[in-house]
Write a protein that binds this ligand. Sequence first.
Ligand code: GDP
Length: 472
Amino acid sequence: PNTQYELLRRRIGSNTEEFWYFISSELQNLRKQITDSAPNAQQSLTPSIDHILSLGTEHKRSLIHDIRALAENDGYSTWRELEANDLSNIVQSRLRYIQNPPDCKSAKKLVCNLNKGCGYGCQLHHVVYCFLVAYGTERTLILKSKGWRYNKGGWDHIFKPISDSCIYDSSESGSNWPGSIDSQVITLPIIDSISPRPPYLPLSVPEDLAPRLIRLHGDPIVWWVGQFLKYLLRPQEKTSAFLQEAMSNIGFKRPIVGVHVRRTDKVGTEAAYHSIDEYMHAVNEYYDQLELKQPVDKRRVYLATDDPKVIQEAYGKYPHYEILADPSISKSAAVSTRYSESSLNGIIVDIHMLSMSDYLVCTFSSQVCRVAYEIMQNYYPDASDKFRSLDDIYYYGGQNPHNRMAVLPHDGHNNGELSMLPGDLIGVAGNHWNGYSKGKNLRTKQIGLYPSFKVKDKVEIVKLPVYPEAAD
Ligand code: GDP
């Protein structure tokens, strides 16, 4: 298919969602206004509004159903599978090549310490960042991981070593970033303090693969990050066996929606509180949609959380759902034990199950869910729309500015919205999931809300080494 076709197909899908976010939330506002301020009109008007809401939802589902069916019937689905495999093979062989240089002793290296002072998801993102820099500088990544807070023995106890042949020699003392092109060993600080910042930090994708990625995938950076995780998270045999066992113990079965409810220390500091009902509302919508396509015997959920109370509440409130959860996992995620060895198995299982689910409902403010979403990309040609975040849009901690480009004009004068002209760059702050996003027009410096459908994502493309020596 040509790129334009694929972009349009995805755009129609996401804008159908945006259209209904807009209409339904405006109608709900209206309904509330009437209830609050015009009780006399309430009796006659609310039933009409409710009718529009309910039939409107059906309209939307039918459209989404047909748009998805289009992708299954346009004759390109085999192409999508093959293209995704091919691109992944290219990247994986490059990563193998970088990590297994012909002569380890003389190879240029980049040293990172796994043990960034943060949670497991955050640490994985730290390693991916290091790997991206290694890719950009043609250096072999050396991961220092002895004494890791999640496993004192280090990374290799859980995952395959990131190199078969090139092991860290602690006698090699490196230069600090950026070093020089001749520095044999460079030590990298965390992304929050790297200076100068190289251009290939997220959300950039490599120029040589960009045209194919943009055609294939709705969010190329997520795919790109997913490839690094695919290489990094190759499990050791015992990890793999343990994950298998966890899946069969819990009765993992499709269809299944992965729900991640992040509470405890995150709420009120880095994220707002969301009730279990909000998550389940999105789960319900997923299944209502799915039922247009196939009968659903049981509405099944895998529930991951760092707060065991959430599991009890879900069991109590949603008895007609099949809720798969392991309360001992969320107990081990308690703030007091979370950054220790006893919590590693739990978080690995939870992220694995979430990433294996058919759809994710969570808050992207949590790195746990973003990691699951990134890994999920490895199981489909394009899983960029298989999620519902209750707060942030996808981002990568420490990323460069995320811009979109206006494709339709918007005059926000009269209602305090963001004005824009086609071609304007809009720095994105977030999606309010009501038809509007927040952003800054980089031309006028105005900050405000704008209708989400009037922009398109601007994929950042950057020149990177192409590794011709890496054989497939
Ligand atoms: P974030 O703080 O949610 O962005 O994610 P991080 O991974 O950086 O740190 C949170 C830590 O809390 C995780 O690494 C886990 O140790 C723990 N945690 C949070 N949510 C869950 C969950 O759903 N299951 C388990 N097992 N642990 C969790």
